[in-house]
Each structure stands twice: as C-alpha cells, then as structure tokens.
Design a protein around this ligand. Structure first.
Ligand code: SF4
Length: 80
C-alpha cells in the first residue's frame, strides 16, 4: 500500500492519506495540475505549486472522504 504523501506549497502543508483515498477524483477535477490518480487509483501530487492557493484549497476540501488534509504554517488545520 502506498505511503502517505506530503507536500509543502507556500504556507500550506498538504497530506494525502492513501489509505482513505477511494479515487472519486474530485481533487483531480478541480486541480489537475496538482493531483492525478496513480495506477492504484490513489491520488498523488503532480505540481501543486502551479495552482493558485484558493483553488488548491478548494480541491483539497472537495475530497468526500477527507483523504486530503491541509495545515498552514502555524500548524492550524485548514482542511477538512
Ligand atoms: S478527492 Fe479524495 S478520494 Fe477522490 S481522488 Fe482525491 S483524495 Fe482521493
């Protein structure tokens, strides 16, 4: 099973929990520059730094199973 993946983008720290992702693909639909589904049907990062902050947060928040978590630089949880 894939390990959790984490990426720091600007003031955001984003984590994908591969054990929760069920490949609905909402994150990919909203921000295809940032996320894609790998061969196992799990969301992985592409180039999240290419996506503006608001849309990136929206893509993370769109996950119906809360598999994407986001914290700001102070450690405050922004998503979910
Ligand atoms: S929206 Fe959530 S469940 Fe769907 S692919 Fe993205 S991380 Fe996985």
């Amino acid at each position: 099973m894939a390990a959790d993946a984490e990426w720091v983008v600007g003031d955001l720290r984003i984590r994908i929990d591969a054990t929760l992702c069920v490949a609905f693909g909402e994150c990919v639909t909203i921000a295809p520059e940032a996320f894609r589904l790998n061969d196992d049907g799990v969301a992985v990062f592409v180039e999240p730094h290419r996506v503006e902050r608001g849309r990136l947060l929206a893509a993370c928040a769109a996950c119906p199973v809360d598999a994407v978590m986001v914290w700001d630089a102070q450690g405050n949880r922004l998503v979910p």
